[in-house]
Design a protein around this ligand. Structure first.
Ligand SMILES: O=C(O)CCC(=O)C(=O)O
Length: 264
């Protein structure tokens, strides 16, 4: 018989309705084969190239939200690093869940990679919308995590507490390790987590690198985590689609207008 943790674990699926039901109940879902093989290879090459460049030129960051471990590496502002990441920002699977959970328009708050490596530690247990004022009667953001490598319990797969999306922010920063379940998924999967979910990355115990790209979208009333107006490569603004313009905040509806208008 399956134990509670296994029973609670959303299984990888290609059925978006099933995935949405998992998301609502457990706070997370896994869509397998969301990225085609060739696109996954392109994303992987671009990400590891950016990570290596950051290390080579002294730009590498270890942001771990609660404890830099100097092993895991963060790569920020991915849409500015290679156009392939812009494809991920507006990927149909991502847009499906953004619209289902948040509606439209929405903002991309940040897009960063977290690459775990041998001995890399866990972040603090957190909900991505932890900086937004409670009570949380609904998700205020949704995180679409792209598995660039296989996510396994041994290499630091994202771990979560099933159903903690209904805890209204309780448990953040606490040691609830016995309740954590790894979100194991093959490379090319998209893991979707709603903003109220308690989660962290697992400890990397086997030294096999695990790269995940975390696209954090919010309702269009919150300041983005990444300051796109300062950090976005202007080419994205010049050549990006209307969807991208909206997600980066260049097509405001009510907030962020320019002389009362929605564009320059
Ligand atoms: O790397 C991971 O598995 C988790 C990353 C995460 O929780 C975050 O970026 O908020």
């Amino acid at each position: 018989m399956a134990d509670t943790a296994t029973a609670a674990r959303p299984q990888p699926t290609t059925d978006l309705d099933k995935a949405l039901a998992d998301l609502n109940v457990h706070g997370a879902c896994i869509i397998e084969n969301a990225l085609e093989v060739a696109k996954l290879a392109e994303v992987r090459t671009a990400l590891y190239r950016a990570a290596e460049a950051d290390r080579t030129y002294g730009w590498a960051q270890q942001y771990q939200y609660g404890g830099d471990d100097h092993v895991n590496q963060r790569v920020w502002n991915l849409p500015s690093r290679d156009p392939v990441f812009c494809d991920l920002v507006e990927h149909p699977v991502a847009m499906h869940f953004v619209k289902q959970v948040l509606g439209w328009p929405a903002l991309l708050s940040s897009m960063s990679a977290n690459i775990t490596a041998g001995g890399g530690q866990s972040m603090i247990l957190h909900a991505d919308q932890g900086y937004m004022p409670p009570p949380w009667s609904r998700p205020l953001g949704v995180n679409v995590a792209w598995c660039v490598d296989d996510f396994t319990a041994e290499n630091g797969a994202t771990c979560y507490i099933a159903g903690s999306n209904h805890w209204d922010g309780q448990g953040q920063g606490q040691d609830l390790g016995d309740k954590l379940v790894p979100l194991e998924a093959p490379a090319g999967s998209a893991i979707v987590m709603e903003g109220r979910l308690l989660h962290t990355n697992g400890v990397n115990r086997n030294g096999v690198q695990r790269a995940g790209i975390f696209s954090w979208y919010t309702l269009p009333i919150y300041l983005p985590q990444e300051n796109w107006f300062l950090s976005l490569n202007p080419a994205v603004r010049q050549f990006g689609s209307e969807t991208l313009q909206t997600l980066f905040g260049f097509r405001p509806q009510v907030m962020g207008r320019i002389n009362g208008l929605d564009r320059i």
